[in-house]
Design a protein around this ligand. Structure first.
Ligand code: NAD
Length: 260
């Protein structure tokens, strides 16, 4: 269904981004993957996607802290794969601390990677989508784009920000055949969630089990983690013709978290 389309997925060396890449490649899209990590492991992933799905897959090492490198990532898709039809802004980091102890550089990096990077990638990719009269921009936001939790001031601010960016670009691109939406997952078991457990234990004085059950899953009425495959399935739907009239939507997939 995505044959002939080119997708860029930022932060796709792990977790949700990798799941989205696999779902898109399974439908025939050519892909630019991106993210940090061990060079050999990334090359194995890249080559594995090409051989498993019979698509072209390139790696861009662009750091989401750099607007110039992000523009370079979009140019790589244009020069080597012929354009950018689908852009998924997924790269993200988290840090958990009370605001009066929040390290300045962590605050700035979170806003840069989780919000400002999407400005740069959209700015670079939108002209190509307009030229073709078709495009899909999917921003991976969070339930934290809709509600807050204590000790996550930078993340909640950035995710609320990307909801605003999503709506604005949706309006600007509305007549160009381009949709712009935000997916707002609840807790998905990925390295990003696993890594915040020690800090949450410290900030709240809890054990690991208490953090999982009384903090994370407490938020989710289903009492289950959302899966990477479920988030990828929603991203795939947003790329379909059935979703052509969905734009500017902030879409929770959170086990009921933001219903209460
Ligand atoms: P993850 O840690 O598994 O993956 C994050 C990806 O971003 C990795 O590929 C990493 O290399 C990349 N990345 C980090 N810093 C980068 C940088 N400076 N430049 C380029 N790439 C960089 O995390 P995940 O859980 O898969 O998160 C993906 C997205 O989903 C994030 O935006 C996150 O906020 C969002 N999200 C996650 C959850 C969850 O529960 N896991 C819930 C809601 C939203």
């Amino acid at each position: 269904k995505l044959h002939g389309r080119v997708a860029i997925v930022t932060g796709s060396t792990s977790g949700i981004g990798l799941g989205i890449v696999r779902a898109f490649a399974a439908q025939g899209a050519d892909i630019v993957i991106n993210g940090l990590g061990d060079a050999a492991a990334i090359e194995a992933e890249r080559a594995g996607i090409e051989s498993e799905f019979g698509v072209r897959c390139l790696y861009s090492p662009a750091n989401m802290l750099s607007g110039q490198e992000i523009a370079g990532m979009v140019r790589l898709a244009a020069d080597s794969l012929g354009g950018c039809d689908i852009l998924v802004n997924n790269a993200g980091i988290q840090h958990v601390a009370p605001i009066d102890e929040f390290p300045d550089e962590k605050w700035e990096a979170i806003v840069q990677i989780n919000l400002v990077a999407a400005f740069h990638s959209i700015k670079a990719a939108l002209p190509m989508m307009k030229a073709r009269g078709w495009g899909r921009i999917i921003n991976i936001a969070s339930a934290h784009a809709l509600v807050a939790s204590p000790y996550k001031s930078a993340y909640v601010a950035a995710k609320h920000g990307i909801a605003g960016l999503t709506k604005t670009v949706a309006l600007e691109a509305a007549t160009a055949g381009i949709t712009v939406n935000a997916i707002c997952p609840g807790y998905v078991w990925t390295p990003l969630v696993e890594k915040q457990i020690p800090d949450t234990m410290a900030a709240r004085g809890l054990t690991k089990e208490q953090v999982i059950n009384d903090v994370l899953l407490e938020a989710q009425p289903t009492k289950e983690f959302v899966t990477v495959e479920q988030v990828a399935g929603l991203a795939l739907f947003l790329c379909s013709d059935s979703a052509a009239s969905m734009t500017g939507a902030i879409l929770p997939i959170d086990g009921g978290w933001t219903a209460h």
